[in-house]
Design a protein around this ligand. Structure first.
Ligand code: SER
Length: 312
């Protein structure tokens, strides 16, 4: 049967690029983009778009039935820094949107669900380097709590109702096409914009804050590949660890200086420092590599060059 895809949150940092990638794969008409607000002109002009509230179960069901949707990618979420400002709103959005989609799969109105988890599921008691797939998880942020809870519910819906839901724990994602919104890892994007425009950047994390990161193309490939994998290969139904890069602001700044020698950075950590400090520095993703053949392609040097070349 033909794939009919709905992307919820198509105006966001991942949703925008994912929509274009999937339209290329499955043809424009088969990939319905949706969001609370209009998406980029590229998304709006290349295929169908619906204004859709991820918290509105009825509206999602209506859209799914209207377009004969088979697969839903739920990319709408409130990220870590914003959710610390609006804890209850963040919790409600992140959880109710997930239930809305899982319930459609449980009722067999859709076949497959992609839902993103995050390195934020880990907390200060988690082993910090090479964080294993299965380990201590005591997240201390609202975002992390919502992702950790979401993972439990994904596994529950799979085991109890046979729902084909697939998930990965994205690290910080770096891209130049769509701005991120409200994440703790966003510094790694801001820094490029400021380096090119002003040759200086004030970082809201300190120099030594090492976090797991990934270039967007790798994240999109991971997303598409986990959805293409045969069901029996997806042995983990909470979410897979996924890794590519690990660096701190000082290392990233040094890499940027290879292209922009007079670039300078200073550090003024704010409330996001505590969020970053609660997260791992590097991730062991051997299980994803083994189960469904995940591999990353883009290293720190390549990523830095791609960002600078494209933002120039
Ligand atoms: N990039 C996200 C954030 O910083 C983590 O999933 O909130």
């Amino acid at each position: 049967m033909e794939k009919r895809i709905l992307i919820i949150g198509a105006s966001g940092q991942i949703g925008n690029e994912l929509t274009m990638y999937l339209r290329n794969m499955y043809s424009n008409k088969n990939v319905i983009a949706s969001d609370l607000r209009e998406a980029s002109s590229l998304v709006m002009e290349s295929g169908p778009f619906e204004i859709l509230d991820a918290m509105d179960a009825k509206a999602i069901e209506k859209t799914v039935l209207k377009h004969n949707i088979t697969d839903v990618y739920l990319m709408a979420a409130m990220l870590s820094a914003t959710a610390e400002k609006y804890p209850i709103k963040g919790w409600e959005l992140n959880m109710s949107s997930l239930f809305n989609v899982l319930n459609l799969a449980k009722d067999k109105k859709i076949e497959k669900v992609f839902w993103p988890s995050s390195i934020a599921v880990f907390g200060p008691t988690t082993p910090k380097t090479n964080t294993p797939q299965g380990t201590i998880m005591e997240p201390t942020t609202v975002y992390g709590i919502s992702k950790q809870t979401g993972e439990r519910w994904c596994e529950y819906y799979h085991k109890r109702y046979g729902v084909d839901v697939r998930s990965i724990r994205y690290p910080g994602l770096i891209s130049y096409k769509t701005p991120p919104g409200g994440g703790t890892t966003d510094y790694a994007i801001e820094i490029f914009h400021k380096a090119l425009k002003e040759k200086k950047y004030t970082c809201f994390l300190n120099a030594q804050t090492t976090l797991p990161m990934m270039f967007m193309d790798d994240a999109i490939h991971a997303t598409v590949n986990i959805m293409l994998a045969p069901s029996h290969k997806i042995k983990i139904r909470n979410a897979y660890n996924l890794a590519a890069l690990s660096f701190n602001p000082q290392e990233l700044a040094a890499n940027i200086q290879k292209h922009i020698p007079d670039f300078t950075i200073e550090y003024k950590p704010d409330f996001r420092q505590a969020i970053a400090d609660s997260w791992p520095a590097s991730i062991d993703d051997a299980t994803a590599r083994e189960d469904w053949g995940w591999e990353h392609r883009i290293d720190l040097d390549m990523m830095t060059k791609i960002m600078i070349d494209n933002l120039k």
